[in-house]
Design a protein around this ligand. Sequence first.
Ligand code: COI
Length: 378
Amino acid sequence: IIQMPDIDASLVEVTKTNSPKDKLPPSKLRFGHTFTDHMLTIPWSSSSGWGTPEIKPYAKLELDPSSTVFHYAFCLFEGMKAYRNEDGTVRLFRPDMNMARMNRSASRIALPQFDGKQLEELIKKLVVLDSEWIPKEKGYSLYIRPTLIGTQNALGVNPSSDALLFVICSPVGPYYASGFKPVQLLATTKFVRAAPGGTGGYKLGANYAPGVVPQAEAAKEGYSQNLWLLGEEHALTEVGTMNLFVAFKKPDGSVELVTPPLDDVVLPGVTRDSALQLARAHESGELVIPGLPEKMTVSERKLIMADLVEAEKNGTLLEVFGTGTAAIVSAVDKIGYEGRDINIPTGPDGLGAIAKGILDRITAIQTGEIEHPWSVIA
Ligand code: COI
């Protein structure tokens, strides 16, 4: 066995830009359209392992046209966010979760794995260097995009003998063009996002491009995203940029908050996990989250479209919302399904009480307003 060197954050070479770019006012930011002054790159090869990490001015990559990423989608990525408060403290939210998921994704497409702690240290260095770019306004943050691609110059379909890990950062506000307003979903039966045994549970680039034609078709009918279903029963899976939560009123007056279980068609979202943990802490009485019903149960269980249709009919469909790093917590007020719309109530400011309670708690932790071990100082 050859001992492969892992990423060594202490070797990092830092080159600062001589020509910092102008920054847009937050209100002008479109999600993922503006990038900061610096980036991180780390090359890998099967013969020598991870090379020297470099933090350097944001620049184009130079890649051979035969690189494996261009032909067979050797590409995976993460989405993370950094926050900055008035005193200048920069915080990351649960970066260990992203590092673990990135390694899981890498294992699925034979790209190299790494020590997540080392990459986390390098990401901290990068965001601190570019911290001036982090908007302080409520609902705004720095979106961090760690990416790993195959760079071997060869057209055979094999594990890539070369790879490049890079990290870029983008100051962002709301993910949806509608701002923080509720979104409309089209539950599609014409296309599927993922199937059992496939790659839907991994954060691979290849999971996303096939979703844009269905999304464009949904947009033509006035819906912003697709709700991906699976199987004859039309089981709910996820939205593609969000995991999904549904709240039902039970006959005894209590509330059940449900999200589909993690199987290999649902992406294990960091915000999903955070929302679940907070809701469960509220359920057990360990934590009281304002806005959440006093009697609430939390379940990860299979949900089918017939459950939603039925609940709408009975007046027991209370809320639907999505969670994601980019989307944070976004209310859903309409789901198109089989030629009609399921209408879902939302609160006065466009968010139901449960979505708002969870959003407020998560953002308070992310910004450091509430001290919590999930928020890590960079
Ligand atoms: C995220 O929430 O970070 C995502 O990756 C969703 C999307 C922008 C692809």
